[in-house]
Design a protein around this ligand. Structure first.
Ligand SMILES: Cc1cc2nc3c(=O)[nH]c(=O)nc-3n(C[C@H](O)[C@H](O)[C@H](O)COP(=O)(O)OP(=O)(O)OC[C@H]3O[C@@H](n4cnc5c(N)ncnc54)[C@H](O)[C@@H]3O)c2cc1C
Length: 441
C-alpha cells in the first residue's frame, strides 16, 4: 500500500538543448522548473521515476511557519503566498488551503518554547496565537479531554502530497517546458570548467544551467563531479486512514501523534520526528558532520536495517555515463515501513481521536527524509562548478517551502532580486564546521 499519487502523462521526446535542465521531479524541482518557464526559459525536467513519487508524495502536507527556524521562516512565509498564487496563475489545484495548524500539549517546557517562538515570530509579522488550557481544550474538543495549552497558526495550511508535484509538472508543460519521467540523469558534461550538458539514459541535453533537485540522491550525484555535499537521510514511517471522521481539526500536532486531513477526506497519521537510521556508506562518510543533529534528536531515532545500503541512493560508488547507474536500478525509493511504528501510531491516534476508531487503514508507507547537518536546505550555485545550482537537503521541511525554494532557484539562475536572502542557504556554508545551530523539525 504505497503513498497515493496522481499519475500524469509527460513529454515523450527529449530535447537536444534547453536553457536550463532540472534534475529531479519532486516538489522542489517542479517549482524550480515552473518559475523558470514562467520567465520564458526553455526548461527540461528529467525524473528517473515518476513525478512526486519519492518524499514529495510521502509527507504530511504541512506548509507551516509555526516553529520554523529563523533562517527558514522568510521562505516559509513567502511560500504560503506562492502556493495560493500558483492556483490563481494556472487554475490547477494542489490542495493547498490555509486551514490553520493546531498544536496541543500538557508539557510546560514545550508550551514555553512555543511561546518564545511566538514572541520572535510576531516581530516578523507572523500570526500565531498561544492558547490557554480552556482555549486549547475547546479547540481540541475532538480529543475529548482537557489540555494545559497549545498554539494555533491560522495563516498556515496544508497541500495535498498526492497531487501537488504532478499538477505543478503539468503547469510546466503548459508553459512550454518539457517533463520526462523514467529518465535518469547520469551525469554532466563540462566545457571550460562550467556546465555544458546533462547526460541522461535517453540522450544528452546541451544546456548552460543545471538545477540538481535530486532529493536523497543529490550527494551521490555530486560525488561524481568531485563535489562534497554532506547529506544523510532517515526513514520515517506513516499511514493513512479512510475518510469518514467528522469534526476533527484539519491539522493537529501532539507529542504522541499528529493527524492531517488528506485531499480525499481521510487522515494521515504520524509520530512527529520518529524515524529509523539505516546505515549507508555515505552516512558513515559524513557521520561526524551529523553528530550535532543526531545528538539533538536521539530520543526519536532508532537504528534501522540495511535497506538503505541496498537501495543505492547513498552509495559512494563512481559510475560510468554509458551504462545504467544506481538511479536506473532504483526508479522509486520506496523503503519498507516500520510495522512497529505503524501499529504504535495507529494505536495512539485512535486513543487520541475517538472518531478514528472505526476507520480502516488505507495505506502505510515510509520515506527517506534527506537532511543537511544544520537542518537548513542547500540552495545555490556550486562555487567550483559554474552553471550547477544545488537545491537539496530540505531536512523534513521541503514540501511546504517548495514554492519558495523553486522561486529562489529561478531568481539565482535569471539574476533577478532574490525572493529571500539567499545567504543562509548557500551550500558553501557546509564546508565549515557542523557545530552551528541545528534547525528544529
Ligand atoms: C514521512 C514524511 C513526512 C514529511 N512531512 C513534511 C511536511 O509535513 N511538510 C514539509 O514541508 N515537508 C515534509 N517532509 C519533507 C518533504 O517531503 C521533503 O523535504 C520534500 O518533499 C523534498 O522535496 P525534493 O523535491 O527535494 O525531493 P524529492 O521529493 O525526494 O524528489 C527528488 C526527486 O529527484 C529524483 N531524482 C534523483 N536523482 C535523479 C537523477 N539523477 N535523475 C533524475 N531524477 C532524479 C527522484 O526520483 C525524486 O523523484 C516529510 C517527508 C517525509 C518522508
Amino acid at each position: 500500500m504505497p503513498a497515493p499519487l496522481l499519475q500524469i502523462e509527460t513529454t515523450p521526446a527529449l530535447p537536444t538543448s534547453a536553457d536550463a535542465v532540472v534534475i529531479g521531479g519532486g516538489i522542489v524541482g517542479v517549482f524550480a522548473a515552473y518559475h523558470l518557464a514562467r520567465r520564458g526559459l526553455k526548461v527540461a525536467l528529467v525524473e528517473k521515476g515518476r513525478i512526486g513519487a519519492e518524499q514529495s508524495s510521502r509527507n504530511w502536507g504541512w506548509c507551516r511557519q509555526q516553529n520554523r527556524d529563523a533562517r527558514e521562516l522568510p521562505m516559509a512565509t513567502k511560500s504560503l503566498s506562492l502556493w495560493e498564487d500558483f492556483a490563481g496563475e494556472t487554475g490547477e489545484d494542489t490542495g493547498f488551503r490555509r486551514c490553520g495548524l493546531l498544536y496541543l500539549s500538557d508539557d510546560e517546557s514545550e508550551l514555553a518554547g512555543w511561546a518564545r517562538w511566538g514572541d520572535f515570530a510576531r516581530t516578523v509579522g507572523v500570526t500565531t496565537h498561544m492558547l490557554d488550557g480552556a482555549q486549547a481544550s475547546e479547540k481540541g474538543a475532538a480529543t475529548g479531554r482537557r489540555w494545559k495549552g497549545g498554539v494555533v497558526s491560522p495563516t498556515d495550511g496544508t497541500a495535498d502530497p498526492a497531487r501537488a508535484a504532478p499538477v505543478v509538472a503539468r503547469a510546466v508543460m503548459k508553459l512550454g517546458g518539457t517533463v520526462h519521467q523514467m529518465c535518469a540523469a547520469r551525469g554532466l558534461e563540462l566545457e571550460a570548467g562550467r556546465v555544458s550538458g546533462v547526460v541522461t539514459e535517453a540522450g544528452t541535453i546541451r544546456t548552460p544551467i543545471v538545477v540538481l533537485s535530486g532529493g536523497a540522491w543529490a550527494s551521490s550525484f555530486c560525488r561524481q563531479l568531485g563535489i562534497r555535499f554532506p547529506q544523510a537521510s532517515i526513514r520515517s514511517s506513516i499511514l493513512s486512514v479512510a475518510p469518514g471522521a467528522e469534526g476533527l481539526p484539519a491539522a493537529l500536532h501532539t507529542a504522541a501523534v499528529s493527524a492531517t486531513r488528506r485531499g480525499d477526506g481521510g487522515y494521515t497519521l504520524a509520530i512527529s520526528g520518529r524515524a529509523r537510521v539505516d546505515p549507508t556508506p555515505q552516512q558513515i562518510r559524513f557521520a561526524r558532520h551529523f553528530v550535532p543533529m543526531f545528538a539533538r534528536r536521539w530520543r526519536s531515532l532508532a537504528p534501522g536495517g540495511f535497506e538503505g545500503w541496498k537501495s543505492g541512493h547513498e552509495t559512494l560508488q563512481r559510475w560510468r555515463l554509458d551504462e545504467p547507474t544506481p538511479m536506473e536500478f532504483n526508479r522509486i525509493l520506496d523503503p519498507r515501513p516500520d510495522q512497529t511504528q505503524i501499529r504504535l501510531t495507529l494505536e495512539r491516534a485512535r486513543a487520541l481521536l475517538p472518531a478514528l476508531q472505526k476507520l480502516p487503514v488505507s495505506a502505510a508507507w515510509a520515506g527517506y527524509i534527506d537532511s543537511t547537518p544544520d537542518g537548513v536546505p542547500a540552495i545555490g550555485e556550486i562555487s567550483s562548478l559554474p552553471g550547477l545550482v544545488l537545491a537539496a537537503g530540505f531536512s523534513g521541511h521541503g514540501f511546504g517551502i517548495g514554492p519558495g525554494a523553486g522561486h529562489l532557484v529561478a531568481d539565482l539562475v535569471t539574476d533577478e532580486p532574490p525572493i529571500v536572502d539567499p545567504k543562509p542557504y548557500h551550500p558553501d556554508r557546509l564546508n565549515g564546521s557542523a557545530w552551528g545551530k541545528v534547525a528544529d523539525f
